[in-house]
Ligand binder design. Structure first.
Ligand code: 8DG
Ligand code: MG
Length: 130
């Protein structure tokens, strides 16, 4: 049995109400899909610490406030994940794809036009219900 991967994920909303998406590089797990930026929680880190670190590393943003949005477990054929999803409402900086990934600020209405990993379905449903 493999260990479930704990991931800190950010739904980052700007002052225009747009949400930040990043495209996963093709060679990674769920490559080519759009995601909410984030990454693995390392040993000894809280989810908030991981979120702050990952959003700095991946999209160059300094998170100053976040709130839990939802958590979900999902089993891919090749990987099991626990996504700890947080709303990021306060941050400094200008978003950049620091790992060479495409990024996009997307309106809520436009989210349906992006291809997300299967695990993200409940997240999209909750965002769209709000
Ligand atoms: N960040 C993020 N990951 C997601 C989402 N949906 C989803 O299924 N995942 C999965 C894909 C991956 O298996 C896992 C995230 O792991 P990752 O490979 O991005 O982790 P990381 O950023 O720490 O990358 P690395 O340092 O290990 O290369 O979570 C999502 O919306 N955002
Ligand atoms: Mg990542």
């Amino acid at each position: 049995m493999t260990k479930r991967i704990h991931v800190a994920v950010g739904i980052i909303t700007n002052s225009a109400g747009e949400i930040l998406l990043a495209k996963r590089p093709d060679h990674l797990h769920q490559g080519g899909k759009w995601e909410f930026p984030g990454g693995k929680v390392e040993a000894g880190e809280t989810v908030t610490q991981a979120l702050i670190r990952e959003l700095k590393e991946e999209v160059a943003l300094d998170v100053t406030d976040s709130q839990p949005f939802m958590a979900l477990s999902f089993d891919y054929p090749d990987k099991q994940v626990l996504l700890d999803i947080n709303s990021v409402t306060e941050f400094n900086g200008t978003a950049q794809g620091l790992e060479g990934q495409l990024i996009a600020w997307v309106t809520k209405a436009d989210l349906v036009n992006y291809d997300f990993p299967d695990a993200n379905k409940p997240i999209l449903e909750k965002i769209l219900a709000q």
